[in-house]
Design a protein around this ligand. Structure first.
Ligand code: CO
Length: 178
């Protein structure tokens, strides 16, 4: 198991447009494994590759007991409904905001075998998928909030970050579970 370092808000890689993967090789498969390990260690329900410093179009989602989702070069091909719900982000700990998202999505993605497949998700799983695909385009959930709400949360973030340097967060499974 390999838990990677998470990049926090302020790290430029979070604002990068990630590049397409194309062929799924061992490096990509290892990245997916590490994303799952890191996400679980930090108690998340989704994680994108640029959050561990790799600007490639790869992300994972795992919500409750539903089957986990591997996203490689994902494209949302269908959106239905709209729901508002609270979101957080492993790259912006302790900051939460309500975001409007499609209630249900159909996503076309490459799986670990390198095949293009379609999968359908709704509710929290659909929300997490939309949040992660945003990451691949350098978009954070904060960008969907009103300017006023965003300013408020940024003020809180600066307070939380006071005295801290750098934009990296070491994740330890033992700590995350306590
Ligand atoms: Co996030």
């Amino acid at each position: 198991m390999s838990v990677r370092t998470i990049h926090l808000l302020g790290s430029p890689v979070l604002r990068e447009q990630s590049s397409a993967v194309g062929t799924v090789d061992n490096e990509v498969r290892q990245l997916v494994t590490d994303l799952f390990d890191t996400m679980r260690a930090d108690d998340g329900i989704g994680l994108a590759a640029n959050q561990v410093g790799v600007a490639r179009r790869v992300a994972v989602v795992e919500v409750n007991d539903e089957p986990s989702v591997v996203l490689i070069d994902p494209v949302i091909v269908e959106r239905t409904g709209q729901v508002r719900g609270e979101e957080g982000c492993l790259s912006i700990p302790d900051i939460f905001g309500d975001v409007d998202r499609a209630q249900r999505v159909v996503v076309e993605t490459t799986n670990l075998e390198g095949e293009r497949i379609q999968l359908e998700a709704s509710d929290l799983r659909a929300r997490a998928i939309q949040h992660e695909i945003d990451h691949l385009d350098g978009i954070l959930f904060l960008d969907h909030l009103s300017p006023l709400k965003r300013r408020m949360l940024m003020k809180k973030w600066k307070k939380l970050r006071k005295g801290k340097t750098g934009f990296l967060k070491e994740v330890s499974p033992a700590v995350a579970r306590s």
